[in-house]
Ligand binder design. Structure first.
Ligand code: ATP
Length: 352
């Protein structure tokens, strides 16, 4: 188990601007006082009592910390330090300043399949590494694939957010209903025993998208998806074959991360395959459209969460604004009323 320091994090780090927010707290820029090195601090609110719905159970935080500690890989966000106070745990992690991969791609005029593969390979290497340690991420989605620094000519991928990750033990069944509707694997929705294969069910463009979450989930379980032909006019046949081998309902039949890395689209075997790939490109018009819709949904969720927060604050209004319970209200963005009852989502960015 990680060495969790009980000292005050501010004695060691100067706390800076907010970089992002999650369901249970914020991620902020921090500056290490002793070295003047910049890091990021993930502030996670702890649940105060077993009956409370607010905040995270300490054991979930411990699990996230343990997992991050065991994952030292160039494509996985590194953990440096952990601090704990009565109300929260702070993970000091490497600062990832290049933003989300999808936003970086959406700014480009064009993207060849070869360039896309360079990113995909890094994701697969990070994911493959986790899987060799029997760790599954269970929340791989565009928001959790970031770039170390986008000013570099070949930006470096960093996988973040191990809040739903789990270390799978031999002989032990693990089931979970957590995830994000658009990107969730059918075995998660069906509440079947899960394996690392759930991470490979990854289709950035989410062809299952329905008008609402329930329809999206139904489409995934029923394997109802459509690849609009005009989206794929510039796509090589090898790329289509690769995607089809990911979207396999039976997790045992799905490619593993290592198999993905040797699929001929990623690693061409012949000159013909390589030429075919180098002539093909990603349809940027549809990619930009998808990304804009994704971003719109995220802001919609943010507004929705703020409204909910406002309502919660009204409920808490009899208390002093300094009341720590009120701060906890602020972290409560979970809603099980308006979403499919069977699907528990942990996080704000996960809602659709
Ligand atoms: P969620 O509720 O979405 O699961 P979370 O509480 O687990 O969130 P993260 O997803 O880890 O938190 O982080 C929230 C956001 O903070 C990210 O989407 C990202 O924008 C930003 N962020 C996370 N880690 C870093 C980092 N190391 N460097 C810079 N920004 C980061």
């Amino acid at each position: 188990m990680a060495q969790i320091k009980l000292q005050n994090v501010e004695d060691y780090y100067e706390i800076g601007e907010v970089l992002g927010s999650g369901h249970f707290g914020q991620v902020r820029a921090v500056l290490e006082r002793a070295s003047n090195v910049h890091w990021a601090g993930k502030f996670l609110k702890l649940r105060r009592s077993a009956s409370s719905r607010l905040g995270l159970e300490r054991k979930s935080v411990e699990r996230e910390v343990e997992i991050l500690q065991s994952l030292q890989h160039a494509n996985v966000m590194a953990l440096r330090d952990v601090f704990e106070s009565r109300a929260e745990v702070v993970l000091i992690v490497e600062l990832i300043s290049g933003g989300e991969l999808f936003d970086f791609i959406a700014e480009k005029e064009s993207l060849s399949e070869e360039e896309a593969i360079e990113f995909l390979k890094q994701i697969l290497m990070g994911v493959g590494f986790m899987h060799t340690k029997n760790i599954a991420h269970f929340d791989l989605k565009p928001e959790n694939i970031m770039l170390a620094d986008k000013t570099m000519p070949h930006p470096h991928i960093k996988i973040i957010d191990f809040g739903l990750a789990h270390c799978l033990k031999q002989g032990e069944e693990y089931r979970s209903l957590s995830g994000t509707p658009q990107y969730i694997a059918p075995e998660v929705i069906n509440y079947e025993p899960l394996s690392e294969a759930a991470d490979i069910w990854l289709s950035g463009l989410s062809p299952f998208q329905g008008d609402n979450d329930e329809e999206t989930l139904k489409n995934i379980v029923g394997m109802i998806y459509e690849f609009e032909e005009n989206y794929f006019t510039q796509t090589s046949t090898m790329a289509k074959d690769f995607i089809e081998k990911l979207l396999v309902k039976d997790p045992i039949e799905r490619m593993t991360a290592d198999e993905c890395l040797v699929h001929p689209w990623i690693k061409p075997l012949t000159r013909k395959q390589a030429d075919n790939r180098s002539r093909s490109s990603i349809n940027m018009k549809s990619f930009k459209k998808f990304n804009a819709k994704r971003k719109w949904k995220m802001s919609y969720n943010m507004v929705w969460a703020c409204n909910r927060l406002f309502r919660l604050q009204l409920q808490c209004k009899s208390r002093s604004p300094e009341d720590p319970e009120l701060r906890q209200c602020e972290s409560d963005q979970e809603d099980t009323e308006t979403k499919p009852a069977s699907l528990i989502r942990r996080r704000l960015s996960s809602s659709s």
